[in-house]
Design a protein around this ligand. Sequence first.
Ligand code: PMM
Length: 405
Amino acid sequence: MGVLNVTPDSFSDGGRYLDTDAAIARGLELVAQGAHIVDVGGESTRPGAAPIAPEEELRRVIPVIEALTSTGVEVSVDTLRASTAAAAVEAGARIVNDVSGGEHDPTMRRVVAEAGARYVAMHWRGIPDPGHVRSRYDDVVAEVRDDLARLADAALAAGIAPDRLVLDPGLGFDKTAEQGWRLLAGLPVLTGLGFPVLVGVSRKRMLAETLRPEATMADRDIATAAVSALAAGSGAWGVRVHEVAPTVQALAVAAAWRRGGATLGGEDSDPSSGDGAQGDGRSDRISLTGLEVFAHHGVHDFERERGQRFLVDVEVALDLRPAAAGDALERTVHYGELAERVVAAVRRDPVDLIETVAERVAGVALGFPGVAEARVTVHKPDAPIEASFADVSVTVLRRAGGATP
Ligand code: PMM
């Protein structure tokens, strides 16, 4: 996703594309460089930025959206206002990117639902907060995950279809650099919610704080590209960037890397020796079986109302040698914690399919550091099947970074 700020005051590109023609040319340039989506914003969310009138926001973004979408460009509109979102969709935008996650304008979710647009719900606790007063978290990954789950529930309750929803941790929005890095490291926990995740790190202060003090904007773009590749490797659906070209290159090599990973243990390796026999830890596993959870999943109303038993088996692949060498719990997956998080994920909002539950559990398992692969089976032994049967289950096998095993 390429960023197009049609503003005088955005923090890195403010003023460059305020002119409509310059903005349209930039949007086309982003696409030529490989952007799949152009994110058009007319109001800066930079701390201290002055709010603008709704008419001014429309004046800035609508002609640009009309021009870009008329040439077939996929456009998202970066706005807090439902009225701007509706006008943007009318002008051809197919995605609404709301940095308040629907918390700013009470009519936003309904308007997006009615428009049938895709909706990016970003995590942000509130108005710009330069003092980081709102950035106190005990466990930033868990708290942002829980907040995003609530935002997702609210979006779905307003009628936004589950396959139209994208979540975003909101890096730099009332979060310190350290919290931003924790969120990136915890990306699989966020993708474990079962929705695509967008990451916006481009040029942000958390990068500047990590680079040498003399780092330029171009240096930040290189760092952005590196984060894009790593984010893609951790299962991000999209990355929102100002300079598209370096990120496209970085994503290309990240994809090649994942393809290489997908063939490991395949034709290039010697199946007779087996990687476990070589003692490289690749066959190491932790298994948790028969985890019983009472939940309300199913397509029938009575299943939703009454609930029933689900049994979950989880097997995670990770190198167990460091834990064994140091007898160190912190270097492996704490199975108690795994059980706790899996139970919480299965109990969460009801869905129709055990496929969905299994996918959700796999996301949770891949969220533990070091886990390369997760095999999850969800059993529904009391499923409403007329015939006598022993069990029905689905099994999914998922790899970290989204590679298909
Ligand atoms: N960041 C900014 C603006 N909009 N939208 C999403 N979904 N995610 C972000 O991280 C995000 C955003 C601030 O950056 P900018 O002012 O350079 O556009």
